[in-house]
Design a protein around this ligand. Structure first.
Ligand SMILES: Nc1nc2c(ncn2[C@@H]2O[C@H](COP(=O)(O)OP(=O)(O)OP(=O)(O)O)[C@@H](O)[C@H]2O)c(=O)[nH]1
Length: 685
């Protein structure tokens, strides 16, 4: 079997001849001289070759047509629209479809006789299909209707819509076929069938009409070699003869007539619509043009529907992101977000599972991998891909990850970096499971093997080789739109993660601050306020007392002969006494009084709102209570207490304390286990 539909797989072969459904005249670049004519000129135009080669172009074309063509070609390489002309041929009027274009420093004019029959029937058919195509909302339905409409207009036995993949292999995605046993639907054709130079021709001339594969090539006369001119490039025209390769190929697939219409995408060819007839068939220029227009119209609609589909997808992603942004204020755990929205994202991105890796945490939903494996994937991505770039894979078994983790059915992975802190890595991982698909390739095994790494097996013969490729380790590709949308989502998740992180740090910071405060304010042995905290409390109370004019007093007390406790029972027992003493005193105080350890075995009570008399009474109660308490190991102890009432605004905390200390000293001097009050004279001094 030939390797190429166009048969031009190796070199750009030119043939000095045309197909027989029209005739051709080659003029010089100024349209002043006839250089070559096709051998069927007499038959088609009624002008003998000799006459044509010796006549002035005006005499063959008529001055009106000559003028028109000259004008059109003065700026362009070809006529912007083909002309229909009437011409008398052998006594009867004949209509012709005329194409004119420049090629190789010549002007080429092609004439195709038009038959009147059938044209009237064409209009309503075309109009009906146009209106039906214009209303379809589903892409697959539109594609199916397109092939049906082309069959209705051209009458071809098989109409096939093929789409190119990124390697230029074609897959037949829609078909109508009169003979089901010759259906090629879902078949795949290797890229080499339509090599680059042939695809380039389709860009220049999207129509390729071969009404009779077996027709003899009509030679040009004189030949280009005779004229010492290069062989003509007839790409822009309709009559270009088919190469022997192409002819052999079409014969092998038992096609007698073919019409192909290239479909241009935004930047490159999107696909090709191919019509095959199993016997030779005359397709009129009007039918051909109608088919071309239907393809144009349907594909524009198809691209519109595709754009709409993508817009819907993007809108859904946007909606999901909106929901996510409403969560931000609530400081939700990222893991909870995945639990809440994961299902929706899985649907949107058509994936089996989603994982989120950040700050050494792994959360996932749906079918992904084990947590430790996800961790390995994250580390591998950061190491080999950097933290800034997306990584999309549709065949993980072919990637280095296959050796690192047990992939199970996961075949596709879209890994999107989470833009969190600079040196931190985080990933949003979307997984797709493998999807089993089978493709029936048409062509030689060797060629198909070059296009795929999957095993092939031959299934049947239909005059051409068919090789079935089974793919069960691949997932559907991640489209550019999906990748961009996933990046947007990752950005939002990164914000949610950062907000959560900050709030967590805040809580931790607050807790630490509280702890620090407690440590800074608490005496480690007795767990009551320490001296620093007591000083703060006395200062605040002094300020309040001055401001509001209420009294306030302090009680300074000290364990009597505590040294002997330590000496007799040891320091630990001494500590126990101090702890118990604090508890006992605390239990006798009002909520508004504060107890603190002043240092060593000295304690202080801040009795807010207490006058000296009230404070003395409190001190006496405390002293008496302590006297009665039975301390473990030690038995009874006593305390000596010095009481001083503050003179707000007139003395400092230090001075107040000194007065209380002096009173306590007097209590010690007076025999201990006593309460002494600081004198007011002293405080005034
Ligand atoms: N176990 C223990 N002993 C302490 C602590 N702080 C101070 N002391 C002891 O308390 C004793 C205080 O002794 P002194 O200042 O001589 O007074 P005293 O023996 O209590 O006699 P007077 O105060 O005069 O009744 C010392 O032996 C200190 O070592 C403490 O946190 N734990």
């Amino acid at each position: 079997m030939a390797t190429s539909i166009e048969g031009q797989s190796v070199s750009d072969i030119r043939i000095d001849g045309i197909q027989s459904f029209g005739c051709l005249i080659r003029f010089d670049s100024l349209l002043q001289e006839v250089l070559q004519v096709s051998a069927n000129l007499q038959e088609k135009l009624g002008i003998s070759i000799d006459k044509a080669l010796t006549s002035a172009p005006k005499d063959i074309l008529g001055s009106k047509l000559q003028q028109r063509i000259k004008q059109s070609l003065s700026n362009n390489l070809r006529l912007s629209a083909a002309l229909i002309i009437n011409r008398q041929v052998l006594g009867t009027y004949q209509r012709f479809y005329v194409m004119a274009y420049r090629s190789d420093d010549s002007i080429i004019i092609e004439f195709e006789p038009l038959s009147r029959s059938g044209e009237q029937r064409l209009m309503p058919i075309v109009n009906e299909w146009l209106s039906r195509l214009a209303q379809v909302q589903q892409i697959e339905l539109l594609q199916q209707m397109l092939v049906q409409s082309i069959q209705a207009v051209t009458g071809y036995d098989r109409v096939l819509l093929c789409q190119f993949d990124s390697h230029w292999n074609r897959t037949a995605i829609a078909e109508v076929c009169r003979n089901p046993s010759r259906s090629l639907l879902n078949y795949r054709f290797p890229a080499s069938d339509i090599p680059a130079q042939v695809r380039n021709r389709y860009v220049i001339q999207p129509l390729r009409n071969i009404p009779d594969v077996n027709a003899q090539i009509v030679p040009l006369t004189p030949t280009s070699a005779d004229l010492d001119l290069p062989q003509l490039d007839l790409t822009a025209g309709m009559l270009r003869a088919l190469s022997p390769h192409h002819q052999r190929y079409l014969r092998e697939i038992k096609v007698a007539a073919s019409l192909s219409i290239a479909i241009a995408g935004e930047q490159q060819l999107w696909g090709i619509l191919t019509c095959h007839h199993f016997t030779a068939v005359e397709v009129s220029a009007a039918e051909r043009d109608a088919a071309f227009n239907l393809v144009q119209m349907a594909t524009q609609r198809m691209f519109l529907l595709q754009a709409r589909q993508q817009a819907t997808f993007l809108q859904q992603v946007l909606d999901s992101r909106e929901l996510l942004s409403t969560e931000r204020d609530k400081v939700v755990q990222p893991k909870a977000l995945l639990e809440k929205y994961g299902k929706n994202w899985m649907q949107l991105f058509n994936c089996s599972g989603i994982a989120l890796l950040y700050h050494d945490q792994v959360s996932c939903t749906g079918e992904t991998l084990d947590s430790y494996e996800l961790d390995i994937v994250g580390k591998w991505l950061s190491e080999h891909n950097g933290n800034k770039v997306c990584w999309a894979c549709d065949q993980l078994s072919n990637s280095p990850l296959d050796k690192l983790v047990n992939l199970r059915s996961r075949a596709g992975l879209l890994a999107v970096p989470l833009p969190i802190e600079q040196n931190q890595s985080g990933w949003l991982l979307l997984f797709r499971n493998a999807k089993k698909v089978q493709f029936s390739w048409v062509g030689k095994k060797q060629i198909i093997e070059a296009e795929t790494s999957n095993p092939l097996h031959r299934v049947e013969e239909r005059g051409y080789e068919i090789w079935v490729e089974t793919i069960d380790t691949e997932a559907p590709r991640w489209s550019v739109k999906e990748q961009h949308a996933a990046q947007d989502l990752a950005e939002d998740l990164a914000v949610a993660i950062t907000v959560h992180q900050i709030s967590r740090l805040n809580t931790e910071l607050q807790r630490a601050n509280k702890q620090l405060k407690e440590i800074a304010h608490t005496d480690t042995l007795t767990k009551i306020w320490n001296r620093y905290r007591m000083e703060l409390a006395i200062d605040a109370e002094l300020a309040a007392a001055e401001r509001y004019g209420h009294p306030c007093s302090i009680l300074l007390f000290d364990v009597d002969r505590f040294k002997s406790v330590n000496d007799t029972y040891g320091h630990d027992v001494g500590d126990q006494v101090l702890t118990r003493l604090a508890e006992e005193v605390q239990s006798k105080l009002r909520i508004s009084d504060n107890l603190g350890r002043w240092g060593g075995e000295e304690f202080i009570v801040l009795a807010s709102h207490n006058s000296l008399e009230e404070a003395i009474a409190l001190a006496e109660r405390l002293r008496q209570h302590i006297e009665t308490v039975e301390f473990k190991t030690v038995g009874k102890i006593t305390v000596s207490i010095g009481v001083a009432e503050a003179i707000p605004g007139k003395e400092s905390r230090r001075r107040l304390f000194e007065r209380a200390d002096q009173a306590m000293y007097r209590a010690k001097q007076s025999g201990r286990n006593r309460v002494e009050a600081a004198s007011t004279e002293l405080s005034a001094s």
